[in-house]
Structures are given as C-alpha cells and as structure tokens.
Write a new protein. Structure first.
Length: 180
C-alpha cells in the first residue's frame, strides 16, 4: 500500500499522532499548503488531532478513492478539502464518503480563486460540501467550523471555542481611536 504524501514533515503539520486524527486536511497539491496551513494552525491551537495530506482529484484519483474509503474507519470525523482551479477535490471527496466535507477555494489561477469557489459551492443536490471563503480566511473558518462540529460532543473543546470567541469579541474596541 502506498503511503499518502504530506506537504511537510508530520511533526510540523499534525497536532497529535496522525493515528489519532479526527480531522483530515487534504489539498490538491503542494502549492495549496500556504493557504491550508491556516486550518492546520487553528486546529493545532485548539489541540485537535489532525493530519495533512496531498490528494489530487485529477493527478491521484486512486489515492483519493482510497483516502475517502478508509477515512471514517481510521477515525476521521471531518474532512477539510482545499483546491484551486477546477477544484474537484472537495466535491469528489463528498461523493465518496458520508463524512462532512468542508471546502476551501484556493486562489491558484488568474481568476483569483473565483473559479474554485464556483466549482466547490455549485454541488448537485445530495452531495453537500460546506463552502468557505477563498484563501486563508476560508481555511481558518473551515477549521473553526470543524471545531464547532466536534465541540457538539466534547465539553472541553466547547469551552475552548467559547473562550476563543469571547476573546475575539473583547478585542474589538467600542469606538475608533483618533487619527494622528
């Protein structure tokens, strides 16, 4: 069996041992990593065990099928899939698994990710993909959405998420500072 490749060493991208991963971040190519690392960083900050893999819908279709077939059996509960261009990875993954798939459009073409956004958001009825904003903000929000799903059955994670949101809210000033 061929091992799935990782964009960087597992020590840098996986919060805990990948054998305990509950979230899988997949992307179509190495060039998607600068965007998708925002999801990994947030999951790591919440101590959510996750893995990071390159799984291309076009260049490694057999890898995609194997990944999707085995993800739930390995303990994966949520998949965050980032892709640019035609961006078939999130939709094809959703078609191959019953797990929730969170799609992140990556701005990898001259269209700035709008093509990827349209591809991911325009799924046929019955194959849902939750779609987020283009780029790093979308990757971070996909991670926060995964955390909120997991927090439904994890009181400690729910407490961390509430604290995160309270800190975010309290960081916003009531009124703007005077300009100099």
């Amino acid at each position: 069996m061929r091992k799935l490749s990782s964009p960087t060493s597992p020590k840098k991208t996986v919060a805990k041992s990948s054998s305990t991963a509950v979230v899988s971040i997949i992307m179509g190519s190495q060039s998607d990593w600068p965007v998708m690392q925002a999801a990994s960083a947030l999951l790591k900050s919440f101590a959510v065990a996750h893995e990071v893999k390159i799984v291309s819908a076009h260049r490694t279709p057999k890898r995609l099928v194997e990944f999707a077939d085995k993800a739930a059996g390995r303990g994966i509960r949520i998949i965050i899939a980032g892709a640019g261009g035609a961006a078939h990875l999130p939709g094809m993954t959703a078609a191959l698994t019953h797990l929730p798939v969170l799609g992140v459009p990556v701005p990898s073409t001259v269209l700035g990710g709008v093509d990827a956004l349209h591809s991911i958001v325009q799924m046929p009825r019955g194959i849902p993909v939750a779609t987020f904003a283009i780029g790093e903000h979308g990757a971070a929000n996909a991670a926060l959405h995964a955390i909120s799903i997991l927090a439904l059955s994890d009181a400690a994670l729910s407490k961390k998420l509430r604290a995160f949101r309270e800190k975010q809210t309290s960081s916003v000033p009531l009124s703007p500072k005077a300009s100099a």
